[in-house]
Design a protein around this ligand. Sequence first.
Ligand code: ASP
Length: 335
Amino acid sequence: MCNFLKSQLVHLFLVISFFRLVAQPAESVKEPVSKDNPKWVIVIHGGAGGPVKGSLSASQEEAYLNMLSQALESGSAILRSGGTSLEAVTAAVCFMEDCPLFNAGKGAVLDEEGKAELDAAVMDGRTLKAGAVGGVRTVKNPVLAAVAVMEKTKHVMLAGPGADRFAREQGLKIVPASYFIVTDRYEKWKQTKPGADAVHGTVGAVALDQSGNLAAATSTGGMSRKMVGRLGDTPIIGAGTYANNKTCAVSCTGHGEFFIRNVVAYDLSALMEYKGLPLAEAAEYIVNDKLKSQKADGGLIAVDKEGNIAMPFNSNAMFRGYKTSDDRSLVAIFK
Ligand code: ASP
């Protein structure tokens, strides 16, 4: 074929392709979710009850939003390539544990003795298997220790020195206690008197994967100046963390004692299972009615088996975000 004819054919092909593209109505560009284009969703939080609007500088806000985006991306990359919801929530939480801005892992708040004691949990909605650690002091990523408890033991929760020893035996990364203490937190800790309003926060993630399985993970340093040995809601399955393929996956943040007494994460799942409430309605009722009436500040993130998302909070702020297979995404701090 002569070169002239060849170039005319290429030209014709390009013109036809262009018109086929622009002729498509906007809606049909977004492919419907089907078995060939499976749905996934990830939702994360970096704690509730934090700053009042206007108290963060523009650069601080930007730093938080940037870290939330990166945490979301670390989980999304796994879901996008067909990984499990459990792997995705673990990766997102690990990322936030390593980030000194959040109250989990490095940067955790300090207890009454000025030390970090960390809690974490995971739950697999497909099998209802769960793992948790409480009060660990040397495990770099407590969420990985929670996964190891779930996968390698016949128990659900290990606490204190036994949990640290187990993590070490599992080959998880061990760090000196000083690793978790960042200067900012330590200065704040020195300035707050025992008995003052506790600073808190937590990190968490929930996800739906391409196979339709749900999972949840949560990790925290708890409440500042807490008593040595205090465990919050985070590692208690059903209180701060819960996942069930029949209903939803939930990760909570807020004043832990209230979340334990109200068994918040399971309450949400139970309202859906037994009362047939939609996710958003059940979550809104728990956070902005039930907990609020008890003056319990905090919030939660949740995703249901259809991929619906809820992120209610009754505090000033909740660091939060989501990302979905159909390209919806958000990172936000305030209402
Ligand atoms: N719920 C956590 C705890 O009480 C703290 C928080 O999420 O703010 O340990």
